[in-house]
Design a protein around this ligand. Structure first.
Ligand SMILES: Cc1cc2nc3c(=O)[nH]c(=O)nc-3n(C[C@H](O)[C@H](O)[C@H](O)COP(=O)(O)OP(=O)(O)OC[C@H]3O[C@@H](n4cnc5c(N)ncnc54)[C@H](O)[C@@H]3O)c2cc1C
Length: 434
């Protein structure tokens, strides 16, 4: 059985490795970004301080995005290269809300999560930063977060899944070129066509190009019998910028703690700078809505590139939840534990002072925030675009296995949910095509 897996991100690495557990299977993974194996992973990527990984510019892709309906077009960042977004992400591992999965009819989530090979660990207290410590001592419900690390370094999905399968010769990885479209004949996928026009034939195709990339490929392939791209979500978020008092150390983790309060999750950043410039150090508290009601869609621009219309904040419920969350953060920041480490609180990177007192002002803050927690999801939802096995409805041997296929965005940062999803679907994909 010849498979093509499109995209070597979080889900792509899992599904490729699981498919070749069938000894008759061979997988070609296609990835437009650079390669990555355990022995070539730069120290910035393995660093506990994930902000360092964001300096690896060739590992970042930008997509045009419109956050709120009618808003400005901005650049939206995802990861590229073997490891995908998971090689540059914030390391936070949270499976989410089991009640949400039950409501989708996903009763095997716990078993799938146990199979995830990427480690999760709470680091030692000595690695927490000043914002972590302040939040943990201020709010009893705040807690340290699990991170995808072992022995003081990030373990990528590529390392946990793909390296072994490549070494065994069952998986080949083509890097530096993406997939333009899927080739079809008589209602079946026959392979993929790369951006340079090369054709790769396959008995089965798995799209794992992420919640922006996978719908874009289907749209470029002319798939129009199901509502591809519709349903896209992100966790709308607002960043509270903290100018730290001089002397705040930069060592340890960038994000070590979180606080769930009402409908939002507040996560820490102990520093934010991706450069070595001398000057004040900044930290942040990200306030993110984990069960947003608003939804958007992925469309193509005139050149066939995806544009992410997130449609955030269309629901007043979403705006109100974020305002409530900001108010609670404002109260927390009045605690002396924050006063000891924070000099000034800003509402944006331009230095506008934060004011948590009036709901009108907070509504304006919420609406003008950039709102990106970088968790695109649910653009090819299960039930409308794919079936329960991740198969494109109506096409026996074409699957989507990535953050696109969540019925709605999981109520947690999306990395571990995506790994769990890939572990859940990989055995079904392996069994499925005749
Ligand atoms: C900076 C950042 C920080 C984050 N922090 C966290 C966090 O702390 N915790 C958390 O839970 N989540 C976090 N996330 C989100 C998390 O990493 C993603 O939800 C997860 O990686 C999604 O997995 P995926 O397989 O759907 O997509 P990805 O991991 O994004 O992989 C998609 C892959 O497909 C490739 N691709 C795209 N188009 C094509 C094409 N045409 N042909 C072939 N390949 C293609 C891409 O290059 C990429 O490698 C973060 C994301 C970013 C960007």
């Amino acid at each position: 059985m010849r498979w093509v897996v499109v995209g070597a991100g979080a889900a792509g690495c899992v599904v490729a490795a699981r498919l070749v557990e069938d000894p008759s299977a061979h997988v070609v993974v296609v990835e437009p970004g650079p390669d990555l194996t355990a022995s070539t992973t730069p120290p910035a990527v393995t660093s506990l301080d994930y902000v360092a990984a964001l300096r690896e510019q060739d590992r970042l892709a930008t997509t045009k995005a419109v956050r709120n309906a009618g808003g400005a077009v901005t650049d939206y960042v995802t990861g590229r290269g073997v490891g995908g977004s998971a090689a540059v992400n914030g390391l936070v591992m949270d499976l989410g809300d089991s009640a949400q999965y039950q409501a989708w009819g996903w009763h095997d989530v716990a078993e799938a999560a146990v199979r995830v090979r990427v480690p999760r660990q709470i680091v030692g207290e000595e690695l927490f930063g000043v914002v972590d410590r302040a939040l943990l001592s201020t709010r009893r419900a705040a807690h340290p977060v699990e991170l995808s690390v072992r022995d003081g370094r990030r373990v990528t999905t590529a390392e946990a899944y793909l390296d072994g399968a490549r070494a065994d010769g069952h998986v080949d990885v083509v890097v530096g070129v993406g997939v333009d479209r899927v080739a079809f004949a008589r209602g079946r996928a026959t392979g993929v066509v790369l951006d340079d026009g090369t054709r790769l034939d396959a008995d089965g195709v798995v799209l794992a190009a992420g919640a922006l990339g996978s719908p874009a490929i289907l749209l470029r392939s002319g798939v129009d019998h199901v509502p591809v791209g519709i349903g896209l979500q992100e966790h709308p978020s607002v960043t509270v910028t903290l100018r730290l008092r001089p002397g705040a150390p930069r060592a340890g983790v960038a994000t070590g703690a979180a606080w769930s309060t009402g409908g939002v999750v507040v996560t820490t950043m102990n520093h934010t700078r991706t450069d070595d410039a001398v000057g004040p150090e900044y930290g942040a508290l990200h306030v993110a809505l984990v069960r947003p009601r608003s939804r958007g869609r992925v469309v193509l621009d005139g050149d066939g590139h995806p544009v992410a219309h997130f449609g955030q904040l269309a629901s007043t419920y979403d705006v109100d939840q974020l305002i409530d969350g900001l108010q609670r953060v404002g109260e927390a920041l009045e605690h002396p534990a924050f006063g000891d480490v924070v000099e000034v609180v800003f509402r944006d990177a331009d230095g506008t002072p934060a004011d948590f007192s009036a709901r009108d002002g907070l509504a304006d803050w919420v609406r003008s925030a950039d709102g990106a927690w970088l968790h695109p999801a649910a653009s090819c939802p299960m039930g409308t675009v794919v079936d329960d096995d991740g198969r494109l409805i109506g096409t026996a041997n074409l699957f989507i296995v990535d953050a696109s296929v969540f019925p709605e965005i999981p109520a947690a940062p999306t990395y571990l949910p995506t790994l769990m999803l890939a572990e859940r679907l990989a055995p079904r994909v392996r069994r499925a095509p005749e």
